[in-house]
Write a protein that binds this ligand. Structure first.
Ligand code: NAD
Length: 249
């Protein structure tokens, strides 16, 4: 029987690239995103790669919408084997004391509450069915401190805590939970930002020992590996994929 995966933020970037790679391995995908156009595009790509897909529009910050994407997936296929808990936003990038409380709340609500809600309801289904694998998206900013990203960094450090502590409670029930910590990766969002600010791109690349940004496909390879049974004894790990960036800080 085919495996089933849920991917949040699957309408773009890391989520979309991972949807395609899992589909190439025959995994059926519930494409979850707030953006309908991106979500539909991913469904087409998954179908082209030979797997089934459904699109479920959801804002991961809203509990009822999280419960709904879990229910829709179970109604469609009766199981959830893999969960790429990935939707997130970066914020406007200013210093913390210049940041509006509304922006702080929005980033926490999407990046941290959205991830917690997702694990809360997906893991329940997985454990009922004997287990499953989850990959949560953290960031370089989730493993080191950096300026201009205080709230984002707080949420991404929170993802690390979520990952490790879930393992302490539920590994015995067949659950694997890992996190990825990507450095700057050329997703559409980052690409257009750097196209508008070429000097920023240059300075970002200089700060990375491998002197280039990562690609969504490279990150998708890692997520696919961590989700599937090839990584069966890897649990509670936070895997950095950043060209050496955080290890040289
Ligand atoms: P992206 O903007 O290309 O994709 C993010 C997707 O999430 C979009 O399709 C967007 O519509 C969706 N989304 C945003 N808010 C949502 C919400 N409330 N509910 C549902 N969907 C929502 O960005 P990406 O670079 O692929 O980012 C994916 C994840 O990777 C994020 O958690 C981000 O913080 C993290 N990350 C990215 C980088 C990078 O350099 N690109 C580095 C480290 C971590």
């Amino acid at each position: 029987m085919s495996k089933v995966g849920i991917i949040t933020g699957a309408g773009s970037g890391l989520g979309q690239a991972t949807a395609v790679q899992l589909a190439e391995q025959g995994v059926n995908i519930a494409v979850v995103d707030i953006d309908e156009e991106g979500g539909r595009e991913t469904v087409e790509k998954v179908n082209k790669a030979g797997a089934e897909a459904i699109f479920v529009k959801a804002d991961v910050a809203k509990l009822e919408e999280v419960k709904n994407y879990v229910n829709e997936t179970v109604n469609q296929w009766g199981q959830i084997d893999y969960f790429f808990n990935n939707a997130g936003i970066s914020g406007s990038g200013g210093y913390f004391l210049d940041t509006d409380p509304e922006e702080i709340e929005k980033i926490v609500q999407i990046n941290l509450m959205g991830a917690l809600y997702g694990v809360r309801y997906v893991a329940e289904v997985m454990i009922e069915n004997g287990g499953g694998a989850i990959v949560n998206t953290s960031s370089s900013a989730g493993v080191i401190g950096q300026d201009s990203v205080v709230t984002y960094s707080a949420t991404k450090h929170g993802i690390v805590g979520l990952t490790k502590s879930m393992v302490a409670e539920y590994a015995k029930d067949g659950l694997r939970v890992n996190a990825i910590a990507p450095g700057p990766t050329e997703t559409p969002m980052v690409k257009s930002y750097f196209e508008a600010n070429p000097k920023m791109k240059e300075s970002a690349e200089k700060g990375i020992p491998q002197q280039r940004l990562g690609t969504p496909e490279e990150v998708a390879e890692l997520v696919t590996f961590l989700l599937t049974s090839k990584a069966d004894y890897i649990n509670g790990e936070v895997v950095r994929i950043d060209g050496g960036f955080t290890n040289t800080k």
